[in-house]
Design a protein around this ligand. Structure first.
Ligand code: HSE
Length: 318
């Protein structure tokens, strides 16, 4: 028998989801780190037609229609749980994350839709199941896993199931983001990747991503300089990001421990224990030499991941 939508327990459900930076250099589609930069998704049932409202950062670049990926995620939860759908939904995405810049914005929207709809349906799915759904929609697990759980998350997909281990990210680490003023879609940034890679490059990345996790786990931050190097994706993507090499060099020269493309780019992330302000300024200057205007953010890791609550305060799904 289909589950009935539980209108009494959940008038309005609100999820707050952190941005993420992924790959961290060598961990392509595997490693993600949640950041203290957030989007909020609010879902309420409606007696009438559905309405999608997008506000906040880059709202003009995101469709305010049921074609929005968060709305698709809401529909998926109702469909898969067999819960009777209300006539419509009011979905509000208050975006705090620059869109299409490699900071996991689409992943936060997907999670927002899934988490809020799951509460409206009386929580039929576990977080792990929601992560599988989110990965199915997004196409890769790294952003959504980090945004859902917080900290650094290692993900491996086996068939349709995502297996994860979460690791605390040292709070003393600052992440300096140089966010260019042009978008770069993940699709476009994946199209430049080769169909196969050299065996030596595969070994290079396996060694570094493993070293990266071991270094973080044991607090050996000086290892990050070597451990964040990559041969699988960044060399192919730098052609899409004018000034990448100069910006990376500016970060290291001015005191960053390591530097990597944030996700598929175009944002470049530098990891610092000190000198974060100076690193930020010099990354911006280096981009400017290539006629690229960029915004700068200095962020701390998010340790807690997504949270969800209702306006009638009965439920907490996390
Ligand atoms: N791992 C993905 C990629 C992240 O590099 O294509 C996209 O945000």
């Amino acid at each position: 028998m289909p589950q009935t939508f539980n209108s009494e327990s959940s008038e309005k459900v609100i999820a707050r989801i952190p941005a993420s930076t992924t790959n961290l250099g060598p961990g392509f589609d595997v490693l993600g780190l949640a950041l203290q930069l957030y989007s909020t998704v609010t879902l309420e049932p409606s007696e009438t037609d559905s309405e999608v409202v997008v506000s906040g950062v880059d709202a003009d670049k995101i469709p305010s229609t049921p074609a929005h990926i968060a709305f698709q995620a809401v529909e998926l939860v109702f469909k898969r749980s067999g819960t009777k759908r209300p006539n419509g939904f009011k979905l509000h995405i208050d975006n705090g994350i620059p869109a299409i810049r490699g900071l996991g914005g689409s992943g936060t929207a997907i999670l927002g839709g899934l988490l809020t709809a799951n509460v409206l349906c009386d929580t039929p799915f576990s977080d792990a199941e929601l992560l599988d759904f989110a990965t199915e929609i997004e196409g890769h697990p790294d952003n959504v896993a980090a945004s859902l759980y917080g900290g650094i998350v290692v993900s491996a997909q086996e068939n349709r199931q995502v297996h994860t281990v979460q690791l605390a990210c040292p709070p003393e680490l600052s992440i300096v983001l140089a966010i260019p003023d042009f978008p770069l879609s993940t699709k476009q940034a994946r199209e430049v990747l080769p169909k196969s890679v050299d065996f030596a490059d595969a070994v290079y990345n396996t060694s570094r991503s493993t070293l990266l996790i071991a270094s973080i786990a044991t607090g050996q931050f000086e290892m990050l300089r070597v451990a964040m190097k990559d041969r699988l994706h960044q060399p192919y993507r730098t052609s899409l990001i004018p000034g990448f090499n100069d910006v990376a060099e500016a970060a290291i020269t001015n005191g960053a421990l390591s530097v990597a493309l944030s996700g598929a780019g175009p944002t470049i992330a530098a990891y610092c224990l000190e000198h974060a302000e100076q690193v930020a300024t010099q990354m911006q200057t280096a981009f400017k030499k290539h006629q690229i205007v960029c915004d700068i953010k200095i962020l701390k890791p998010d340790a807690d991941g997504a949270n969800v609550h209702t306006s009638c305060s009965r439920l907490n799904a996390m």
